[in-house]
Design a protein around this ligand. Structure first.
Ligand SMILES: Cc1cc2nc3c(=O)[nH]c(=O)nc-3n(C[C@H](O)[C@H](O)[C@H](O)COP(=O)(O)OP(=O)(O)OC[C@H]3O[C@@H](n4cnc5c(N)ncnc54)[C@H](O)[C@@H]3O)c2cc1C
Length: 390
């Protein structure tokens, strides 16, 4: 290994220990109590922001750390490995990318430094709708240009963190679906200032879910937004969305890897300590084999996440790798979650052991931000050349 590689590895190790150190201040009890109340981890998000971790991907000229997806992955993985959950804030890392790649210089100067220093939060990404599901090209929420404003009407669902964010990047239709040449056209990305919008054409309804995830439903009723809040070109929003997906897949995969490591460590510890029939339960092959298999799958998934991140950071195409990283990492976190519950027996169901909480949390990644089926159809069609199935 040359000097440059070893110093890069060293700084990633330092980053990992610094994140671990920060997370130590937010132990199981912190997350358990929030889970019970379905409350937002405000103190944790503040600490993460003040330490500069939320600005990892923002270039230095706009006040960020100017690092890559590899470093962002280290941070998110370590949060989850420590037993925490970055879902309260991870989206800022990849939503910001749309602004960075497609926003005007004025937008970047106006927003990025404030996002970097924590005075503005861009945590919400408004894509999903109740009636269109995964078929994003059929979104119905309309933004009609009227003079120097867009007037927005429609409904969104599962828009996470909207109550805890200052800004939301909204994907809305600016040309009716029957007037576009290609079904991927006619959608636009628009920045909505939630501080001004709520109560003036936007209503937010929280949705209580099986895990603590500040997700909501949004109702737009003639919400007016300045036309200058359009990000990039009108009608090209779907393309911008696709642009951000690889980063999102890799970052979520890293969280799954963190969860999987957490489950693995807790499970090994418990299997060594718990004595039944006069010996540790981990002595039974029926108990140890699923753990060992989960470990092997974890290491394989980790390699895929690292490969996808390296390709992404060197500016190379990484669609298949990013999708496989998300698929394999979500599968292994779910596999090890099940192994943990099985190994803990009855105690796997007790809140005070945190296994059931993490089990509920990691189940999400089979469905969101993209469901496993849709990744498989991407691989089948775009990588393997099989016919399009939908
Ligand atoms: C907690 C949570 C947080 C979320 N946060 C956000 C957010 O911040 N912003 C946002 O925009 N969205 C968010 N989402 C939405 C999320 O991205 C979607 O739920 C997810 O993409 C699945 O879409 P859907 O729920 O509409 O399922 P549907 O599209 O209705 O699909 C239902 C099931 O059918 C399967 N299916 C559908 N079509 C096909 C097909 N052609 N082939 C095979 N299988 C198919 C799917 O795989 C899925 O299992 C969140 C969701 C949850 C649950």
């Amino acid at each position: 290994m040359n000097q440059t590689n070893s110093s890069v590895d060293e700084s990633r190790e330092q980053l990992k220990s610094a994140v671990r150190e920060l997370c130590r201040e937010y132990p199981d009890k912190y997350w358990r109590e929030l889970d019970e109340k379905r409350a937002y981890p405000e103190a944790f998000v503040q600490a993460l922001t003040h330490a500069g971790y939320m600005a990892t991907l923002i270039p230095e000229e706009y006040g960020g750390a100017g690092l890559g997806v590899t470093e962002a992955s280290v941070i998110l993985e370590e949060i989850h490995h420590s037993g925490g959950n970055a879902a309260a804030c991870h989206a800022q890392m990849y939503i910001m990318g749309t602004l960075l790649r497609h926003g005007s210089e004025a937008h970047k100067r106006q927003y990025l430094p404030k996002i970097a220093d924590g005075s503005l939060r861009l945590q919400a990404f408004g894509v999903s709708e109740p009636n269109t599901g995964t078929d994003t090209t059929q979104l119905k929420t309309m933004a009609v240009r009227t003079g120097d404003r867009y007037v927005i009407n429609g409904q969104k669902i599962w828009i996470s963190r909207a109550e805890h964010s200052d800004l939301m990047l909204l994907l809305a239709r600016t040309t009716p679906a029957d007037q576009v040449k290609k079904r991927t056209e006619g959608l636009s990305t628009i920045l909505v200032d939630l501080r001004q919008a709520v109560g003036h054409g936007l209503r937010i309804r929280p949705i209580r879910t099986m895990m603590n995830h500040a997700t909501t439903e949004l109702f737009f009723d003639n919400l007016e937004v300045p036309a200058e809040n359009l990000v990039g070109e009108e009608g090209q929003g779907f393309r911008y969305l696709l642009d951000s997906l690889n980063a999102e897949r890799i970052l979520i995969a890293s969280e799954c890897i963190g969860d999987a490591r957490w489950f693995l460590e807790r499970t090994c510890r418990y299997a060594n300590e718990r004595v039944v029939f006069g010996r540790p339960i981990g002595k039974n092959q029926g108990v140890q084999f699923p753990i060992a298999r989960g470990y092997a799958n974890l290491e394989a998934a980790r390699l895929m996440v690292a490969r996808a991140a390296t390709l992404f950071d060197s500016g190379k195409a990484c669609g298949p790798e990013a999708n496989m990283a998300k698929l394999l990492a979500a599968d292994v976190s779910w596999e090890l979650a099940n192994v943990a519950v099985q190994t803990y027996g009855g105690f796997g169901f007790a809140e005070e052991y945190d296994i059931e909480r993490k089990f509920r949390e990691t189940r999400l990644y089979q469905v969101a931000p993209i469901s496993t089926n849709l990744i498989l159809s991407y691989l089948a069609e775009h990588v393997l050349g099989l016919p399009r199935s939908y």
